[in-house]
Design a protein around this ligand. Structure first.
Ligand code: F6P
Length: 194
């Protein structure tokens, strides 16, 4: 059976400062995760793995070390993180202070809430449609992307309700292996503690 592997990028500088979005590089911990990921796929018996990565620096750096193993890598804009619009680069605390009404609206309906000049989870789900269609057709794929995007992909494969989608746990430095079966998906999570 084929498997779909899903991971967020390793810890980025913005992650370490609790800032949303941006395009910052990996921290030292994030680099360690990139190395651990490459090591995982050296050992995992997987045929012709395709690596699908977002176009953000932190995701590309996470996939970088896998290239040594000659896996085919593609960079998809559709895998980029949710665009937080006017809130890009802020922390949740900053948002609370600068845009309390936005924070409130988001808390009320996180799935449908759209950041001004940015996206909603609903928008991300629709831009992911072609990616998910391709994922359904492919053999072994590793997706290196971001928190909101992985939540959307997980909700699809686990068949979870949309209202809970924006709250699915997607910690950094963990790799999910999904193996689709006839009526469900088997899953295994590998967690690294850096
Ligand atoms: O904080 C990391 C991050 O990937 C942000 O770039 C993004 O806006 C956020 O997570 C998405 O998570 P939530 O929808 O819970 O704010």
């Amino acid at each position: 059976p084929r498997s779909i592997y899903l991971t967020r990028h390793g810890q980025s500088e913005y992650n370490s400062m609790q800032r949303l979005g941006g395009d910052s590089p990996l921290t030292e911990k994030g680099q360690k995760y990139a190395a651990a990921l490459a090591d995982f796929f050296e050992k995992e018996p997987v045929d012709g793995l395709r690596v699908w990565c977002s176009q953000k620096v932190r995701a590309a750096q996470t996939a970088q070390q896998l290239k040594n193993s000659a896996f085919h890598t593609e960079y998809w804009k559709a895998l980029d993180e949710i665009d937080a619009g006017i809130c890009e680069g802020l922390t949740y605390e900053d948002i609370q202070q600068r845009y309390p009404n936005q924070a409130e609206d988001r808390a009320r309906d996180k799935y449908h809430y759209r950041y001004p000049s940015g996206e909603s989870y609903e928008d991300v789900v629709s831009r992911l449609e072609p990616v998910i269609m391709e994922l359904e057709r492919q053999a072994n794929v590793l997706v290196v992307s971001h928190q909101a995007v992985l939540r959307c992909i997980l909700a699809y494969f686990y068949d979870l309700p949309l209202s809970g989608l924006p709250y699915i746990e997607t910690p950094l430095h963990s790799l999910v292996k999904l193996t689709p079966r006839a009526y469900h998906c088997d899953s295994t999570v590998y967690t690294y503690d850096f």
